[in-house]
Design a binder for this molecule. Structure first.
Ligand code: G4P
Length: 524
């Protein structure tokens, strides 16, 4: 199809970077932006930098711990393609945000530290990508430092992630002796030079350019590449798109080496926006009518105003400034008067946006995570997950007069995804749930700073919860009657069961085989 929507969708590449903290995600992001011509933006990305430090009170926690709660979207163009890089907060305590962001991308770059290989957070994030069959391109970073044997690293990816690997390049030397890579996709040498790669096309392994350019390394390189080409599968687009095979690039983000190669690889291999599953049907990106879903809501940086920005991932059609969209959950009309594109630093008002793009929509709390927006069609996209919280707490007010204010604060922050809120069926005060404990601190400090309510959090008897579903309505009613004191409703009125131990959960599952107990709930 040759419509403007199809054409624009086809040139989008929407991706995220997944990495364990310190693997080099921030450095790589900066370098990618530089490659994309967004030169003035590089340096603005650093979450740890000064730029973001002064914004508001509730961000104090971020400053103290050197992390960023904010998810930003960075758009850049290169060779006719539009790249949308969705930044994911790296700290493990904020993994929920990261998971949600991954529901909005079409591909991911997995960054590994050459000395460390797969680390705990890499594995967790990878598992989310796998759940969604997100294609993954691997970038082995810090090749300029002493690292592990590349064969060892590939082996580890294969074994620990059960993911096939296909090297897109092979390193020449390592650590202080790192000279660059041989590009295996388009046979060439990419040599490390001050200020970037020197690109030398070669005819093959026998090319005398190898002996001329890298005399000390030519023999080893020939030997290793032969071994690698025989030992690993070739790139297979189908397997890659299904997330079962990852092409592997090598480089040094710090030295700006291999980043262009990675970006070329992304351009060539990463898919444009694909079809998305909604409850009633599948939506093709080329459809003329606009559809999209909210994967992130962020409070305005100014705590005095309760304005919020909802991040909408466009799935089909064209978004125009001034449109009115239907919020499927409520049937309300949402005006989109000033959609925002997030160019790392400045927010810019966009005139139009296309499938794969992410725009920010300012609103006063109407839009929630998981909301689907359409031009009127009542469909809901699946796939913005809620994870069963790992920590449950009960807010404790120092001043009971502030109960109403606290309720409002918790509800608004639950809309934003800062916390999950549960109302026990027996009418006892609400409890909050978080995936990472740091979120409790963020919650407390925001409730105080933005709503003027000092609040503490106490432990509860429960350790975990599960969403409960089942076809058999009578069984659900029986369950809630018998376990009333251990049941609650989530923010959307869905039933959850609370457990004091994992053993109790397993027992409930055995005793109620007609019910299902879910650790993940897809919001809609
Ligand atoms: P993150 O966002 O994944 O947490 O990692 P970040 O980019 O902040 O990088 C973590 C550290 O690793 C930084 O050093 C950074 O300079 C370094 N680094 C990133 N890529 C490379 C690389 O290719 N080679 C080498 N040798 N180092 C790299 P730092 O000292 O912790 O921070 P900074 O003082 O440089 O900001």
């Amino acid at each position: 199809m040759n419509t403007p929507v199809a054409t624009e969708a086809a040139r989008r590449r929407t991706f995220a970077i997944i990495a364990h903290p310190d693997a080099g995600k921030t450095t790589l992001t900066e370098k990618l932006l530089l490659k994309g011509g967004a030169i003035q933006l590089a340096g603005q990305v650093r979450a740890k930098g000064e730029g973001r430090r002064t914004r508001s009170d509730w961000m104090k926690i971020e400053q103290e711990r050197g992390i960023s709660v904010a998810t930003s979207v960075m758009t850049f163009e290169r060779d006719g393609l539009v790249f949308n890089l969705l930044d994911t907060p790296g700290h493990e305590d904020f993994s929920e945000d990261t998971y949600r962001t991954l529901s909005a991308v079409d591909a991911a770059v997995m960054v590994l530290d050459a000395a460390k290989g797969i680390e705990s957070q890499t594995r967790k994030l990878f598992e989310v990508c796998r759940l969604r069959d997100i294609p993954i391109v691997t970038f082995i970073n810090k090749m300029d430092r002493e690292g592990r044997d590349p064969l060892d690293l590939l082996d580890e990816i294969e074994k620990t992630l059960a993911l096939d690997v296909t090297p897109a390049a092979w390193p020449i030397g390592a650590g202080r002796d790192f000279r660059g890579v041989m590009d295996l996709r388009e046979p060439s040498l990419r040599l490390l030079r001050e200020g970037g790669d020197l690109h030398i096309p070669i005819a093959g392994l026998d090319d005398p350019a190898l002996d001329r350019e890298i005399p000390q390394h030519a023999a080893t390189l020939r030997e290793q590449v032969e071994l690698v080409q025989g030992g690993f599968p070739e790139f297979d687009a189908e397997a890659f798109l299904h997330g079962t095979l990852t092409p592997v690039f090598f480089g040094s983000a710090l030295r700006d080496f291999g980043v262009g190669h990675l970006l070329d690889g992304l351009a060539a291999m990463a898919p444009p926006p694909g079809r998305r599953t909604a409850d009633a049907r599948t939506v093709e990106p080329s459809e003329p009518k606009l559809t999209g879903f909210v994967f992130k809501v962020q409070a305005n940086m100014d705590p005095q105003h309760r304005d919020r920005v909802a991040f909408l991932r466009i799935c089909s059609g064209r978004l125009e400034k001034g449109m009115r969209l239907a919020q499927v959950r409520t049937g309300k009309q949402v005006p989109v008067n000033a959609p925002l594109f997030f160019f790392a630093k400045d927010r810019q008002v966009a005139e139009e946006a296309w499938p794969g793009d992410v725009v920010g929509i300012a609103n006063h709390g109407t839009l929630r995570i998981g909301d689907t927006l359409t031009e009127g069609e009542p469909i809901n996209f699946r796939g913005v997950p809620s994870f069963a919280p790992e920590h449950l707490r009960r807010p404790r007010l120092e001043d009971p007069m502030l109960a109403k204010k606290l309720k409002k604060a918790l509800e608004e922050l639950a809309d934003e995804g800062v916390v999950q809120l549960f109302r026990p069926l027996d009418g006892s005060p609400p409890i909050v749930g978080v995936v990472g404990l740091l979120q409790v601190d963020v919650l407390g400090s925001r409730v105080k700073a933005e709503y003027g309510v000092p609040v503490g959090f106490e432990n509860v008897q429960w350790d975990m919860l599960r969403w409960v579903t089942g076809e058999d309505r009578a069984a659900i009613e029986r369950f809630t009657r018998i376990h009333r004191a251990d049941c609650a409703e989530d923010h959307d009125g869905e039933l959850v069961a609370l457990f004091t131990s994992d053993w109790r959960r397993r027992r409930a599952e055995e005793e109620w085989p007609m019910l299902r107990f879910h650790a993940v709930r897809e919001q809609h």
